[in-house]
Design a protein around this ligand. Structure first.
Ligand code: TRP
Length: 349
């Protein structure tokens, strides 16, 4: 977690950019992405997909990377990766990411972006890599020895952002150290070799993290996440078996009643209502009534998205075309940037 001071600075900068975005969308290039380790869920949707679609609609240049090389930062296999990548494209399209406006591509298809890793690694120190809190946390969770790739993946992420000259990156607070290392790399490169890269800022989202159905962090491995690809019946089943508590009267109390409150928050975000108001309305109706309400709220909200998802799923050729078109566009941009980098470094022969 970055210290309060740097968080405050980042937040002020992010607010200033948010205010400027509608006025000067053409000055901004967004880059963000996801690891293709499974299906996207409601946390991804409300936490970042909605924001991507908003930026796309404002006319910002929007780029979304499917970070396939990042999958092997903390795991030993690439099982199901192709299936995960195609499903990720399907989720994006179903949620309103428009491939004629947003470039969707994968790490492994853009060799020139990966090549930026070489000069970039020379701009950071081992100590800087080692004190990154996200890297430390991921290493601890993986139960593995720290690999070279896990240690340096924030530098690889800087390649993702900088090859397309991204200057805004929508992030949660825990990802701020990554943005800091990216802007350091850009600054150091520009100082040493001449200006090639932009200033990079994190666009902090104001929406609080959506908890999983049981009140813990939403994660597929906890079984508390509603994936976008789930059917209405699967959603109903998952909500039905989520843990509440023995008190009948429904109240909103995230500290004391994490399960009940997570359900209220989930219903609130889907209906646009205040969770407290929903709690008051259900009151002595108990958790059975609450679960029915949440199920309907989630299924109503996601019905059109799921319907679109289903249609797109039936047209895999289209999905493959979207990706290969995005990959080709990304590659052309990366070739240009790598050309500029080699030129700045005196390495064009
Ligand atoms: N680290 C992100 C995740 O785990 C994915 C990602 C890869 C990314 N490269 C990025 C995010 C660049 C923002 C910017 O989901």
């Amino acid at each position: 977690m970055p210290n309060e001071g740097s968080y405050e600075v980042a937040l002020r900068r992010s607010d200033a950019i948010q205010a400027d975005l509608p006025q000067h969308p053409e000055s901004y290039t967004m880059l963000t992405g996801d690891r293709p380790t499974g299906r996207l869920h409601m946390g991804h949707y409300f936490g970042t997909l909605v924001e991507r679609v908003r930026l796309q609609g404002l006319g910002v240049r929007t780029n979304v990377i499917i970070a396939d090389y990042q999958v092997i930062t903390d795991r030993d296999s690439t099982d199901h990766i192709r299936d995960n990548v195609y499903n990720m494209v399907i989720d994006y399209l179903a949620c309103g990411i428009d491939p004629s406006k947003t470039m969707i591509f994968t790490h492994s298809s853009v060799p020139e972006a990966n090549q930026l890793m070489l000069p970039f690694l020379s701009l950071v120190t081992e100590a800087e890599m080692e004190r990154n809190p996200t890297v430390k946390a991921e290493q601890a969770a993986s139960g593995h020895a720290l690999t070279g790739l896990l240690l340096t993946y924030p530098v690889h992420q800087a390649c993702d952002i900088l090859f397309c000259k991204g200057n805004i990156v929508p992030v949660g607070r825990d990802q701020l150290p990554h943005i800091e290392i990216t802007s350091k790399i850009a600054r150091r490169f520009n100082e040493r070799y001449g200006k090639v890269f932009p200033d990079v800022a994190g666009l902090l989202t104001s929406t609080p993290l959506l908890p999983g159905l049981d009140g813990r962090k939403m994660s597929k491995s906890y079984g508390n996440a509603i994936s976008l690809c789930m059917s209405a019946e699967e959603t109903a089943r998952l909500i039905k078996k989520s843990k509440t508590d023995s008190e009948r009267n429904i109240t909103f109390d995230p500290e004391g009643r994490p399960g009940v409150s997570a359900l209220l928050t989930t219903a609130g975000i889907c209906t646009g209502r205040d969770p407290k108001e929903i709690a008051d309305e259900i009151g002595m109706g108990g958790s059975g009534q609450l679960k029915r309400y949440v199920t309907e709220a989630v299924n109503d909200y996601f019905a059109p998205i799921r319907e679109r998802r289903h249609e797109i799923e039936g047209n895999l050729d289209y999905v493959r075309d979207v990706l290969s078109d995005g990959n080709a566009r990304a590659r052309a941009i990366a070739q240009d940037t790598l050309g500029e980098v080699r030129e700045a470094m005196g390495m064009s022969y």
